[in-house]
Ligand binder design. Sequence first.
Ligand SMILES: Cc1cc2nc3c(=O)[nH]c(=O)nc-3n(C[C@H](O)[C@H](O)[C@H](O)COP(=O)(O)OP(=O)(O)OC[C@H]3O[C@@H](n4cnc5c(N)ncnc54)[C@H](O)[C@@H]3O)c2cc1C
Length: 387
Amino acid sequence: MDFDLDEETRLFRDSVRKWTDQECPKHWCRALERREHQFPTELWAKITAAGFSGLGIGEEYGGLGGDILTQVIFMREFARNAAGLGWIWGITAFSGTRALSLHGSEEQKRRFLPEIAAGRLRTAISFTEPGGGTDVLGAMKTRAEKVDGGWIINGEKTWSTTADTADCLLLMARTDRNVAKRSDGVSIFFVPRLSKGLTTVPLDKLGMRALNSCSVNLDNVFVPDDLLLGQAGQAWKETTKTLNSERVMNAAMCLGMLDGVLEDALAYMQQRRAFGKLIGEFQALQHYVANMAMWQKQSELMLHHTAWLQVRGRPCAQEAAMTKTLVSEYACKAADLGISILGGMGYSAETDMQRYWRDARVLMIGPVSNEMARNMIAEGLGLPRSF
Ligand SMILES: Cc1cc2nc3c(=O)[nH]c(=O)nc-3n(C[C@H](O)[C@H](O)[C@H](O)COP(=O)(O)OP(=O)(O)OC[C@H]3O[C@@H](n4cnc5c(N)ncnc54)[C@H](O)[C@@H]3O)c2cc1C
């Protein structure tokens, strides 16, 4: 058994950490996030200039290469400062790079992956509908009807993050209603945002405020055949494989936030005084950071193990659900305690605890809610499916 990262991965981690501190310091990310409804173009430009938009993309398609573990390492280090803005990279890494790599045709890969690697193409995920995100198949009303040369899509999506600024939406729609199982007859399209009939409206929300989550309306949107991803009607089975990597990537973002929380809490405890002492001398607060350190260690072990399974192509649905659930809860609890440690300053928009707390909170709800993830874990233990 070997718990060490190999030399190359360690060097990569250190270089990402250095880049993040130099190029994306916390105070800068905090200011970007406060600019509600304004996509942080500057942040994307830095990611692109450093070549990180090509992570996970093979060199033959103009990328940097790297597997899911490399992506996890990047996301963790980046989110330590960027917090939820880390998803600016994660969305395309999952819905563009990963989805195309797994399900795209060779022609689609050659057409889109080099564009993603060069930072010229960003993607968003449009799965959730107003009728519900947990029972995504039950709630799905969006339909794609086959026509000559392509498909006509009608429907509405909600909470699609960065849908208003992305170039393409990875969009799920029902293509066949006459199916025995509702998981059949569902397809995924790579829909250009500027398609005629597609409109987006940003929603107000608690965290990740610079990355708009949008409702997306599709009114007779034509999508050509070559933008269907994978086989028509088979998207659900194909997507479930991709969802594991989305869960792993979200857990990496949460662990990055947990790192940031612990680091800021320790720094504050070593400079703030009360009752003639440093607050770091108080046992109650020491217990708070001791808890955070235990959650951090547990999270790292689970995350690396799940990524390790995925790199080897081994089943990891249970592990991905467990990791996503546990790490999102640890990140939220840590940020909550971090607010207490900083006292009034923890609630202030001048520090980052509130930002970590707001950004981590949503990851207990999505991309799969922690209640639903627990349902899946229990089913994996041999209990009857509860949903
Ligand atoms: C900020 C933000 C960004 C998002 N970004 C995206 C995005 O980019 N693309 C996208 O497609 N979606 C996105 N989502 C949607 C997200 O995936 C959904 O919010 C999530 O799946 C939950 O769906 P829901 O909000 O409709 O809750 P509901 O499905 O209505 O669930 C409500 C509550 O009921 C619980 N529940 C439901 N069914 C069960 C069950 N069987 N057992 C136990 N509990 C159950 C849920 O856990 C939850 O607590 C985003 C959401 C937010 C808030």
